[in-house]
Design a protein around this ligand. Structure first.
Ligand code: 2P0
Length: 328
């Protein structure tokens, strides 16, 4: 009735931006990410028939009501598959960078689904696990797999065909992602609220949908052919389009801070001086820089010199989510 699992976060090269079903967490567009080895969550789940409610500890502290409700809702889907109502004690620890505000929901809900299913003795395939992870947080559907992963949006109303599939494993190609963290403060608009507001109000949202399939095809081909320029150009352009939709939302918003722009400009300067580097950004002010292994030290040093960069984390393609311990 107890299991522990580790799942690695992922950074999208083609972003998930918008839901067609909020309850089932079904996206309006397919997305494609790289699982990253430097950002991960380790979670243990212990089910106990004698408990009346779930408890959730995050990084050693008892979590608040909202976070605990989200964990309970995600575990409810695992409990439904197993046919149990036992409550659970959940203990989660994020690796250092996650505490800095980077993509923690992807690794968090992938680890929770993996540990929860193992604790209840469920033998699920990756598709079933990815769907369970998706119910917790959309991007978590991609963190079940290692390497390069596409979240196929699916067409079914019940979401049974909306899950991650591996495009290439973590040994296929060593793309380096350097997360350049900026001093963020509290986030004004969560990714969940931001994507909802954009879908509902941004006149640019249709433009996003109209071009995402082309971006996906280019990113997929870039990975398959190990064409870094194709991958980087398509990923950078996709991220800029996602962020452009927020400026036209009502009320308008942006995740960019002055330091984010400083990093983008530095990446452009690196490129102009002959170092192949590209950037992407999620629903926050941090910037993730893509480069190749031979350039990683130089790029990391340049980013570290910027006044607005508080820390950097260098990631390579990471492994799949996996169970590390089970006990009765
Ligand atoms: C992504 N993001 O593809 C995109 C890019 C943010 C920008 O996945 O509402 O935390 O839990 O499904 O997974 C962030 O969204 O949202 C995200 P929910 P999630 O990585």
């Amino acid at each position: 009735m107890e299991a522990k699992a580790t799942a690695y976060s992922n950074i999208a090269l083609v972003k998930y931006w918008g839901k067609r079903d909020e309850k089932l967490i079904l996206p309006t567009n397919p997305s494609l990410s790289m699982t990253v080895d430097a950002i991960f969550t380790t979670t243990s789940v212990r089910f106990d028939e004698s408990l009346t409610a779930d408890t959730f500890t995050l990084d050693g502290e008892l979590a608040g009501a909202d976070a605990t409700r989200r964990v309970t809702a995600a575990l409810d889907h695992v409990r439904a598959v197993a046919g149990t109502r036992a409550a659970a004690v959940v203990d989660s620890v994020n690796s250092g960078p996650t505490a800095a505000g980077l993509a923690s929901s992807a690794s968090g809900f992938a680890a929770l689904a993996t540990a929860g299913a193992a604790a209840l003795g469920l033998e699920l395939d990756d598709t079933q696990l990815s769907i369970l992870a998706r119910r917790g947080s959309g991007s978590a559907s991609r963190s079940i797999h290692g390497g390069f992963v596409e979240w196929q949006m699916g067409v079914e109303a019940d979401g049974r065909d909306s899950h991650g599939i591996q495009v290439a494993d973590e040994h296929h190609w060593d793309v380096v992602m350097i997360a350049a963290c900026v001093d963020a403060g509290a986030k004004d608009v969560s990714s969940r609220d931001g994507m909802r507001r954009t879908v509902d109000t941004s006149p640019y949202y249709q433009g996003w949908l109209d071009t995402v399939e082309d971006d996906l095809a280019n990113v997929r081909r870039g990975i398959q052919e190990r064409d870094f320029e194709l991958l980087g150009t398509a990923a950078e352009s996709n991220a800029l389009k996602m962020h452009a939709t927020t400026l036209a939302a009502s009320p308008p918003f942006t995740y960019w801070l002055p330091a984010s722009l400083e990093i983008m400009q530095t990446v452009r300067e690196l490129r102009a001086s002959g170092t192949e580097a590209y950037f992407t950004m999620d629903a926050g002010p941090h910037v993730v820089v893509l480069c190749q292994p031979d350039d990683a030290a130089l790029v990391n040093a340049r980013l570290g010199e910027l006044a607005g960069v508080t820390q950097t984390f260098v990631s390579h393609p990471g492994p799949r989510a996996h169970v590390t311990r089970t006990a009765e």
